[in-house]
Ligand binder design. Structure first.
Ligand code: KG4
Ligand code: ZN
Length: 337
């Protein structure tokens, strides 16, 4: 089954053709990241304008690279939630037009479910498993019981892990996205130079809270500036990164033990983080758990993962019509469309 995936939830305009949810026939990504850098974060208006400009050529290129036409497709899948609404709408409207014109099924895909599916690409990973989903907007621990049956076990009560890394990086004067800059700079620093607490959350032992850690970085920089004291940015970056990774993995390990999961999966933009990947490997090795992390090229936003999840959603009977809308927020466990 050949599926076209379209993704435009943030600053990447992406299209891909994937066979049977696993085999990549093409993968095209146009990003407006460089333009957002000067503003220190994604500017929604710029992102949606760039999506509108490039979506047609990105989809065409994906079909050309896959050596197929729209007629050869079995379904058209598109990210419809969650994300920047103006950005999502570009992909959703394009997918609707294409599906209607070609008479193909239109399958809405939840962006975070797509991130989880990045682990299926060119691999034999199958549910059930426990998954840590860490992106710029979300941090969840979910039980993936089947490809389409997902239960939330823990979630962040405030900032997402990626968001905290980005904001802390920005406070340190590092380039956007801060998560990537902190990852790059950390090997030059001492990760034990600054102590960070492990925040406890009253709602659940599996929930996260990152805004306190982020505020600690901002206050520390502020105080040092007022006193005229120098701050070793590499030390601070490494210590902060260690704190975030320790928190992420502590709750994940607890959930794995308590719910009896031996297969652990990590997904989302932050799964590209070198320290997270290394520490997760150590942790799973110690406990004898299987670990799956996407290939680096599929950690960030892409359309291959949307086509991969779309394949399983379609097999499960998820098909939308021309009334499909985009949504800025949408739960991962019971998405509606
Ligand atoms: O999944 P993603 O590409 O977009 C969203 O769905 O949000 O995630 C973007 C997030 C950003 O916060 C970015 O800083 C973070 O992923 N990120 C990283 C790394 N690469 C991307 N964080 C830490 N280390 C990295 N290597
Ligand atoms: Zn994403």
């Amino acid at each position: 089954m050949k599926i076209l995936g379209i993704e435009s939830s943030c600053d990447e305009t992406a299209a891909a053709v994937v066979e049977d949810g696993r085999h990549v026939l093409s993968n095209v990504i146009a990003t407006s990241l460089e333009e957002h850098k000067r503003y220190g974060g994604v500017v929604p208006e710029i992102a949606s304008r760039r999506h509108a400009e490039s979506i047609s050529s990105v989809v065409t290129e994906a079909l050309v690279q896959a050596n197929c036409t729209v007629e050869d497709l079995d379904a058209i899948t598109v990210t419809y939630a969650p994300g920047l609404i103006g950005s999502l709408l570009v992909g959703v409207n394009f997918a609707k037009g294409l599906a209607l014109a070609a008479g193909k099924p239109l399958v809405p895909v939840h962006h975070l479910r797509g991130h989880i599916a990045s682990n299926y690409i060119e691999s034999d990973v199958e549910p059930p498993f426990l998954c840590l989903v860490v992106s710029g907007g979300h941090s969840h621990i979910v039980a993936v019981k089947s490809y389409t049956d997902i239960e939330i076990i823990g979630r962040t009560r405030d900032d997402a892990a990626g968001e905290a890394l980005d904001k802390a990086g920005r406070a340190m004067g590092l380039a956007y996205p801060g998560g990537v800059s902190i990852d790059r700079l950390s090997p030059e620093g001492d990760e034990n130079a600054y102590a960070f607490p492990h925040p406890r959350v009253s709602t659940s032992v599996y929930d996260y809270s990152f805004s306190g850690l982020k505020t600690k970085v901002i206050n520390l920089l502020h105080n040092a500036e007022q006193k005229g004291e120098p701050v070793n940015t590499a030390d601070l970056a490494a210590s902060f990164q260690k704190a975030v990774v320790d928190c992420l993995l502590a709750n994940l390990a607890l959930a794995a033990k308590n719910f009896g999961y031996q297969k652990i999966v990590i997904a989302g933009g932050v799964s590209a983080n070198t320290k997270l990947r290394r520490e997760a490997q150590k942790m799973c090795h110690q406990h004898g758990w299987q670990l799956h992390i996407p290939q680096l090229q599929y950690c960030g936003d892409n359309a291959v993962m949307i086509a991969a999840q779309g394949y399983y959603e379609y097999k499960n009977g998820t098909v939308a019509d021309e009334r499909l809308n985009a949504y800025a927020t949408m739960p991962i466990d019971h998405p509606t469309y």
